[in-house]
Design a protein around this ligand. Structure first.
Ligand code: FES
Ligand code: FES
Length: 150
């Protein structure tokens, strides 16, 4: 079925089953591979995008559930004020190691900063607890979020 959705401010029409996860549409249909597949079961956070600003696991989000909501991905989050601050801090602090989890980390962190410009450690823990990093970059992630909020 033909479904139209807003991705990074652009209306995109895709011909997929309504229960197709957003992650598959982004990567396989639209060719936007910045959003990563990790677990496919809402356990790792690698696939995090924003839907109307809310961090959302795209691997378990059926395309038919999105409607007219705005999808923002790692490819465009740098155009937002919070996303730009987070990306700069990520570079300054050299946060990534292998990098696989990092687009999801940045999406969760930028959503946190947009809604809470001065997060406490507890706020950071709450916001980031669903994003797993096998390389253990958690300390640098915390430092970068604090720099971006500073
Ligand atoms: S791939 Fe979606 S949470 Fe792991
Ligand atoms: S940087 Fe390698 S999994 Fe996070």
């Amino acid at each position: 079925m033909a479904i139209t959705l807003s991705v990074n401010g652009v209306a995109r029409s895709v011909d997929v089953d309504g229960d197709t996860p957003l992650l598959w549409v982004l990567r396989d249909v639209l060719g936007m591979t910045g959003t990563k597949f990790g677990c496919g079961m809402a356990l790792c956070g690698a696939c995090t995008v924003h839907i109307d600003g809310q961090p959302t696991r795209s691997c378990i989000t059926p395309i038919e559930s999105i409607g007219s909501s705005a999808v923002t991905t790692i490819e465009a989050v740098g155009a937002t004020a919070a996303g730009a601050k987070i990306q700069k801090a990520w570079l300054d602090r050299e946060v990534p190691q292998c990098g696989y989890c990092q687009s999801g980390q940045i999406m969760s962190a930028s959503a946190l900063l947009a809604s809470n410009p001065h997060p406490t450690d507890a706020d950071i823990n709450d916001a980031m607890s669903g994003n797993i990093c096998r390389c253990g970059t958690y300390l640098r992630i915390r430092e970068a979020i604090k720099q971006a909020a500073g």
